[in-house]
Design a protein. Structure first.
Length: 128
């Protein structure tokens, strides 16, 4: 049996009908404060996303600090990580988090073999 998604007691359909400011009431204090202060930025971003989605263009953004609201669910957004754009599909479990949390900026370090001079024994070797 598939469990229906709920966020603080509200179903996904109920959340999508809420205004962004109404949804902010269900967030924790830091995210609530951010959503209420950045209300205009969030609304402009959603309007831009809907416009680009109609034209089948990818939605690219540098706005890593935007809080994810219910109207963004289902969108595929390319989020900049400082070097490239990472493709992220917004799902209901991401509500209240920021976009930047899903586009990692630091990659895994892969060390190669040590070069000449890296150790004391290899420093005495001649370079030819």
């Amino acid at each position: 049996m598939i469990r229906e998604f709920t966020f603080r007691g509200k179903t996904l359909e109920e959340l999508k009908q809420l205004d962004t400011r109404e949804f902010a009431k269900y967030l924790k204090s830091r995210a609530r404060r951010t959503v209420l202060r950045q209300f205009d930025k969030i609304e402009n971003f959603i309007a831009r996303c809907e416009k680009k989605q109609k034209k089948d263009k990818p939605i690219k953004t540098h706005l890593r600090r935007l809080v994810i609201v219910p109207r963004m669910i289902g969108l595929t957004i390319h989020i900049h990580n400082g070097k490239a754009y990472n493709k992220v599909l917004i799902i209901p479990e991401m509500l209240g988090h920021r976009l930047g949390e899903f586009s990692v900026t630091r990659g895994k370090v892969q060390h190669g073999a040590p070069g000449i001079g890296a150790t004391r024994s290899s420093a005495a070797l001649s370079v030819k």
